[in-house]
Design a protein around this ligand. Structure first.
Ligand SMILES: *Cc1c(COP(=O)(O)O)cnc(C)c1O
Length: 388
């Protein structure tokens, strides 16, 4: 089986994790603080708060801004379901905006259509690493006084107008936050893990307090003073901590980041050569405003001419690939297609439907050989010609 992804980890990550275990300090210690500094530097932000997941990060970003019942948050339905769920955790209402036809992201026009007087925030996802067109969105949100949260779960190392994702938010002090994921399915992994990056030191400090039960003094500060310091709890917080084991792995991963992205982009280029000109298939490419890290290589099938739905054709292609030992996956899900969120759809989402029904993520991992890529391309072409 050719897998969809393999995390790029080796003895260096194993050694870093083992060193933390040997140190005896496993949670919220020196490695977490170091990882936060290194992550902020890597993405061009001024501060980072390391967290247990990107889902936690999205929730915390909204909660720390006081978003709650009665508030609306505009989100892409076309995203991993956590983007929408994070709004529900605050008791707020998600309102779906459609994505564009040619990039799997919401834009200022589609977001504008979903705004109401109750809108407090917008979440834009850089889906599968493809950068969203940020500047029109930051302008729209600034004009309306809305918080803009970037769901950059997939987008570490992607760029927008020549700068890394994470940097644009740093130009909008006091507001914009960027959420990251370090799940093994993403570009950089700590096993499980996430973070928020922000431009404002006081806000970062507040995020770090809220992530550990809103405790007034954290364990590392208490340790540093060497004196008796008793924490107080002025509000309700969460346990969204990252461990030092995760952070130590993340520090090694950050050193590999440029190599990981260069490799993913080289493999994507090869797929583009192998699949050029295949009928009924659209290939991913960089949008005019930036570059993708190819967290996933997502191709799209054209709507079928015969009497079958796009979803049926796509599933037939996936099934054929699986039987040919190619670990392809549905490309991007849509929350409003799931029972958990079907009732939340208030307007047609035609582009989200088309992406969710017709997209396929192909295997892409660093040890992939040219023979693997040729096999994937051949089997995909065969599967498509049989399915349509
Ligand atoms: C994976 C993913 C998440 C959730 O990340 P976790 O770290 O697993 O919580 C959120 N949003 C998007 C767009 C994702 O791809």
């Amino acid at each position: 089986m050719i897998p969809i992804i393999q995390p790029w980890v080796d003895e260096r990550e194993a050694e870093a994790a083992a060193a933390v275990v040997r140190s005896g300090w496993l949670a919220q210690g020196p490695r977490v603080a170091e990882f936060e500094r290194a992550l902020a530097d890597a993405v061009g932000a001024s501060e980072a708060a390391a967290l247990s997941s990107c889902t936690a990060a999205l929730h915390l970003a909204l909660a720390a801004h006081g978003i709650g019942p009665g508030d609306e948050v505009v989100v892409p339905s076309l995203s991993f379901i956590a983007t929408t769920n994070a709004v529900a955790y605050c008791g707020a209402t998600p309102v779906f905006a459609d994505v564009a036809a040619d990039v799997p992201n919401v834009d200022a026009d589609s977001v504008a259509k979903a705004l109401s007087p109750r809108t407090r925030a917008v979440i834009v996802a850089h889906q599968v690493g493809m950068p969203a067109d940020l500047l029109p969105l930051t302008a729209l949100c600034a004009e309306r006084g809305l918080l803009l949260v970037e769901d950059a779960a997939c987008a570490i190392g992607s760029t927008y107008r020549g700068r890394r994702i994470g940097t644009v938010a740093a130009d909008h002090p006091g507001g914009d936050v960027v959420a990251w994921s370090f799940h093994p399915r993403k570009v950089l992994t700590t096993g499980e893990g996430g973070a928020l990056t922000v431009s404002d030191g006081a806000f970062a400090a507040r995020l770090r307090t809220l992530r550990q039960h809103a405790m007034s003094v954290g364990s590392s500060e208490r340790h540093a003073t060497g004196a008796l310091v008793l924490p107080v709890y002025d509000e309700v917080g969460w346990n969204y901590r990252m461990t030092d084991v995760q952070a130590a792995i993340g520090l090694v991963q950050l050193e590999r980041l440029d190599a990981i992205i260069a490799r993913r982009r080289a493999l994507a280029l090869r797929y583009a050569e192998l699949l050029a000109g295949v009928e009924r298939l659209t290939l991913p490419r960089d949008p005019v405003w930036g570059t993708t890290n190819y967290q996933s290589y997502v191709v799209c099938l054209a709507a079928p001419s015969r009497n079958a739905t796009l979803r049926q054709v796509r599933d037939a292609v996936l099934d054929a690939l699986l039987r040919a030992e190619v670990g392809a996956r549905p490309g991007i899900m849509a929350a409003h297609h799931e029972r958990a969120w079907a009732k939340a759809q208030t307007a047609p989402l035609p582009h989200s439907d088309r992406w969710a029904d017709g997209s396929i993520a192909l295997p892409l991992f660093h040890t992939m050989g040219d023979d693997d890529q040729i096999a994937v391309a051949d089997r995909l072409v065969a599967a498509i010609s049989r399915a349509v």
